[in-house]
Design a protein around this ligand. Structure first.
Ligand code: 13P
Length: 255
């Protein structure tokens, strides 16, 4: 069985001081058993990563962490960018690739997202590949095809053993930060399609292993119904991950 993953994408919120408080509070609100049953990860801004590393290592917290972006380049004259090797050195486990806010505000197309996925693997990071359709595509009933095409492009050129490790996140753009959650059936429809596609291309073993998350207005009140769906293995949580108690109750979705 796939171990559920609850990943908190802080986006551009919380300075390093607040990051420390949140991580400590989150860990304190969960038992060792809960943190064994469900994997918990936080994805803070770059400037918080050293602080989160210190808190996690110093207090041996069972919390993983990672970054929200990665440069497609190894190093060099790329002002403002952060290399995968730097994230690896900070002990990061995960890195987001293809979040809709990067696609929209930073013009990241599928080729760049694919390059970032590869850059993540080159630095031993696990990419969380985000896909999702906007409202007009959903209304035209094009959501499954749209997400499948983003998935194919994001995974292009990867070896099956890399695809097996990857995390995919289905985040319908119309559900992000809007309070308008997809129904559990909507989430299952696309997550199921994505898994079927991975299975078709890479085989049963890979398809059964890969974890697929849902993201978009997830909160404690709606997580249980979403997690009840067979192809949803966790959530990518924005706003609700900024509140330690709310995030902890999401992690305790089974209780
Ligand atoms: P919200 O949970 O705030 O809707 O954000 C979802 C998201 O984009 C996580 O990456």
């Amino acid at each position: 069985a796939r171990r559920p993953l609850m990943a908190g994408n802080w986006k551009m919120n919380l300075n390093h001081f607040e990051a420390n408080l949140l991580v400590q509070k989150l860990a304190a609100g969960l038992t060792e058993q809960q943190l064994t049953d469900v994997e918990v990860a936080v994805l803070p801004p770059f400037t918080d990563l050293r602080t989160v590393q210190t808190a996690v290592d110093g207090d041996k917290l069972q919390i993983e962490y990672g970054a929200q972006d990665i440069s497609q380049h190894k190093s060099g004259a790329y002002t403002g960018e952060i290399a995968g090797s730097m994230l690896e050195k900070l002990g990061c486990t995960y890195v987001l690739a293809g979040h809709s806010e990067r696609r929209e505000y930073h013009n990241e197309d599928d080729a760049i997202v694919n390059a970032k996925v590869k850059a993540a693997f080159a630095s031993n990071l696990t990419p969380i590949l985000c896909v999702g359709e906007g409202l007009s595509v959903r209304e035209a009933n094009g959501h499954c095809a749209h997400c499948a095409s983003q998935l194919d492009a994001g995974l292009a050129g990867l070896k099956p053993e890399q695809v097996k490790q990857i995390v995919v996140a289905y985040e319908p753009v119309w559900a992000i930060g809007t309070g308008k959650t997809a129904t559990p059936e909507d989430a299952q429809e696309v997550c199921g399609e994505l898994r079927a596609r991975i299975t078709e291309k890479y085989g049963d073993e890979v398809g059964n292993a890969v974890r697929i998350l849902y993201g978009g207005s997830v909160k404690a009140a709606n997580i249980a119904a979403i997690m009840a769906k067979p192809d949803v293995d966790g959530a990518l949580i924005g706003g609700a991950s900024l509140d330690a108690e709310e995030f902890a109750s999401i992690v305790r979705f089974r209780e």
